[in-house]
Design a protein around this ligand. Structure first.
Ligand code: LHQ
Length: 257
């Protein structure tokens, strides 16, 4: 079985982290295959990406057997060739990326979920900044993403103490968007994916780009960027369809163009 399952269905790119016996922890093979799948997701035919884990976990982060292996990749290579390209691809993909966190998400697995546009978790899922417990610093973009999502105090506490957060706490803190009961998790997250895949994809991509820039820009710069991207959004077919459908009192049919 491949360490990453990838399928395109109904304009959605479904990516499954698939090393369930190792809680979908990342080895080099899985990290490189995930990058390939994210590259596939650049295709216009895909209008939303859905990342989840096989079995009971989302991902336990780095495969610690691989780092302990003297023949395995060194730490710098793991960051520069595995995690950094993964999170950069997610932030640069011009469409919404969903993390459907089906179970525990630890270390790089947690920070992968937090860097997605919309992270949703099943009620029994949990999140752990496991890095400090093995003497490492939080990577996979965590030191960038967490303070922006939840502020410095909460980020520092979670990172230094490495305490486990249950899904509802993560939602209350603002680390993730929503929690669903275990029984309806798949159904509810798929509904979100299908809904997003029928929305004005270019408008969503511009929204994502503006959010990517918002913490670097000052107020004037951000207003200027909104002006530029709103102009671009107004030039899309989907904008014209949205207005037309409203005036004709019918449901819009967006094509992502
Ligand atoms: C694992 C793992 C795992 C291998 C469970 N590796 N086998 C970047 C750069 C370079 C170096 C290092 O890292 C990084 C980034 C990072 O991600 S650092 C953080 C790495 N991750 C961790 O430290 C988490 C380690 N795992 C755990 O703390 C627990 O497994 C959690 C809390 C995730 C789940 O606990 P349980 O549900 O009790 O499961 P378990 O511990 O019994 O694990 C089940 C199996 O999965 C077990 O194998 P076995 O053969 O005994 O059944 C574990 O050894 C294996 N596994 N995580 N990261």
């Amino acid at each position: 079985m491949s360490s990453i399952l990838f399928e395109i269905k109904d304009s959605i790119g479904f990516i499954t982290l698939n090393r369930p016996e190792k809680l979908n922890s990342f080895n080099r093979d899985m990290a490189l295959k995930l990058q390939d799948s994210l590259d596939e997701c650049k295709r216009d035919a895909i209008r939303c990406v859905y990342i989840t884990g096989a079995g009971k976990a989302f991902s336990a982060g780095q495969d610690l057997a691989e780092v302990a292996d003297p023949n395995g990749p060194d730490i710098s290579k793991i960051l520069s060739e595995h995690y950094n390209p993964i999170v950069t691809r997610i932030r640069n993909l011009e469409k919404p990326v969903i993390a459907a966190v089906n179970g525990v998400a630890a270390g790089a697995g947690a920070n992968l979920a937090f860097c997605c546009d919309i992270a949703m978790a099943t009620q029994s899922a949990s999140f752990i900044q496991a890095f400090s417990k093995i003497g490492l610093i939080p990577d996979t973009g965590g030191t960038y993403t967490l303070p922006r999502l939840i502020g410095l105090q909460k980020a520092a506490g979670l990172m230094m103490l490495g305490e486990k957060l249950v899904a509802v706490e993560a939602e209350q803190l603002g680390l993730i968007y929503k929690v669903f009961p275990d029984q309806t998790f798949a159904e509810n997250t798929l509904l979100v994916a299908h809904y997003l895949s029928k929305m004005p994809t270019k408008g969503l991509a511009y929204t994502k780009e503006l959010l990517n820039r918002s913490f670097q820009n000052n107020w004037e710069q951000q207003l200027e960027e909104e002006n530029i991207f709103q102009q671009r959004a107004s030039e899309t077919d989907d904008y014209k369809e949205g207005v037309q459908a409203f005036l004709e009192k019918r449901q819009p049919s967006f094509k992502g163009k």
